[in-house]
Design a protein around this ligand. Sequence first.
Ligand SMILES: Cc1cc2nc3c(=O)[nH]c(=O)nc-3n(C[C@H](O)[C@H](O)[C@H](O)COP(=O)(O)O)c2cc1C
Length: 379
Amino acid sequence: MAVDCSVDFTGIHFENPFMLSSAPPTESESNIMRAFDAGWGGVVTKTIGLHPVVNVYGAKAKFMRTSPETATVSMKKTPNAALHSSWNWELISDKPIDWWVPRIRRIKDAHPTKALIASIMAGSGNDKELGNWQTLAKACQEAGADGLELNFSCPHMDRKDMGSNIGKDQGLCSVVTEAVKEVAKVPVWCKLTPATADIVVEAAACFRGGADAIVSSNTFPSLPLIDPETLDFEINVDGFVSSGGLGGPAILPLALAKMAQLTKAFPDKSFSGIGGITDFSQALSYFLLGCGTVQVCTAAMLDHAIGPNVIKKLNQQYREFLEKHEASDGWHSLEDFRGLRRDRVVLQSDIRRPNPSDYAGGYDVVEGYAAPDSAQATA
Ligand SMILES: Cc1cc2nc3c(=O)[nH]c(=O)nc-3n(C[C@H](O)[C@H](O)[C@H](O)COP(=O)(O)O)c2cc1C
């Protein structure tokens, strides 16, 4: 039996489990066409909305680098520096839905075997805004989108009823998901913000509303550094900056921790992992935690805008990995190893000590104190 690199995720077939996430690489028809030609299994479009979008003056995204010589983290170009992260304060697509609809249709006509997920976003403060979610959902699915990703995670919105402010409110997560599910004929994924105390709470709310999958992580709230010479933020407009989003290698362990919380809490649900993926070794961590697809942004932005070399390497390394494990373990596809390390994330007190009876999670082991509950860690 030959190895099979394809996956079925929330009922959608993907030639491979690697997608471009909603971001500049998927902001135009030409980018998405190029991405599919290059070998990506799917894309999530740049988020589409109905409200006015005007970006800040100047650069909307920059990259931070670090080097062993100086150990600085900076947006300034230094020789031999390695990528640390991306930083952005870019809003959602500034193109209206009428611009997107014919393009989604043309892309799907040209690439019927590739998966196109439309990322959408509206407010949530009143019935008109809930209606806007439905308008966007209907327009995108009628144009041929295979699925919808609800943006509950954009970190740059001042509006209290939009973006990550929805993802921080379990009530809004449920209500908006339910409103979209009312009209959706295609699977609905919810992309959550990592900026909450317990992402399991918001994920549970999305599942209550009918979500078919949870997507995590969007960028983490962050500020650029202050230049020690000029005493100005490395990216600013007239000296001012606002909180933006951190992506790339720096967020990989943080995003994995969020994903582990999610997949352990809902082992039978579907998850798409994002954050700091450049090659297969990093994607593998998400798969072993239980993800059925992964998405890439920063690495693709730095590779000819849509990541032709990134996807070539991902596909090649994935096939080699499967072939190696077909020989040694009899694995043929992602389903044979997905989630294999999910249950290895446990409570501190469940980790072996030199003498196991020495530690009780910080509790004195005396009558009257709660014993550590290892069941909690695996619930
Ligand atoms: C410049 C830029 C714009 C982005 N725009 C969106 C967006 O419109 N919608 C969205 O859901 N996520 C957006 N993101 C977040 C990415 O899709 C992704 O979740 C994040 O960058 C983490 O992945 P990475 O570590 O591979 O970059 C954007 C990220 C960047 C860097």
